[in-house]
Design a protein around this ligand. Sequence first.
Ligand code: CA
Length: 224
Amino acid sequence: MVIEDETALGEVIKAAFSDENFEVDLAEDGETGYFMGISGIYDAVVLDGMLPEMDGCEVLRRWRQEQIQTPVLMLTARSELEDKLTGLGLGADDYLTKPFDMEELIARIRVITRRQGTVWLEHLTYKDLSLNLNSGVIENTETKQQVRLGKKEFQLLEYFMRNSRQILNREQIAEKLWGYDCEAEYNNVEVYISFTRRKLKYIESGVTIKAVRGIGYRLEYRND
Ligand code: CA
């Protein structure tokens, strides 16, 4: 997520990250960004220091107080050295001074996401299942059977594999796949879960996405 009140700059940052295959939500004031970040669905946040409604330091302070540990990179103006230091004290993972180089920003975001444990490996694995993060192909590591996932199936399975011990609810999944913009997409979650299950079955993986009644879904292995 990018929280930046200068609309043009926000759009430029969003476009640059989109080119690198990140899904980006944009918030234009601190309060909106604060509430969007409370869900904990973001892999990282670019947070401007000077914002209307709630300033960047306050957003960060509240998140950390509420145990939202999403990595945060703060943007500060050259004259806001004090903000910078306050930000690091509050638990920002990094900062950049405006104006900054876009490639530098992207490189730093990759670093702070790695630091949190979201490793940018080529493969994610869980039990007999391997997901290739470049090609979107899943493989049964025992039988070597493979199939390619569609874009949303890929995002869905990646989300489950990165959170393999957690139950994920429908809202979290919808927000991860479509962002906050499309509430109408909530019902599509089940459709994509069913597509993804079919592909897991096709490669005869023992892993499937199990519904946990009234709560959400989680990964399950046949011997669990
Ligand atoms: Ca600003």
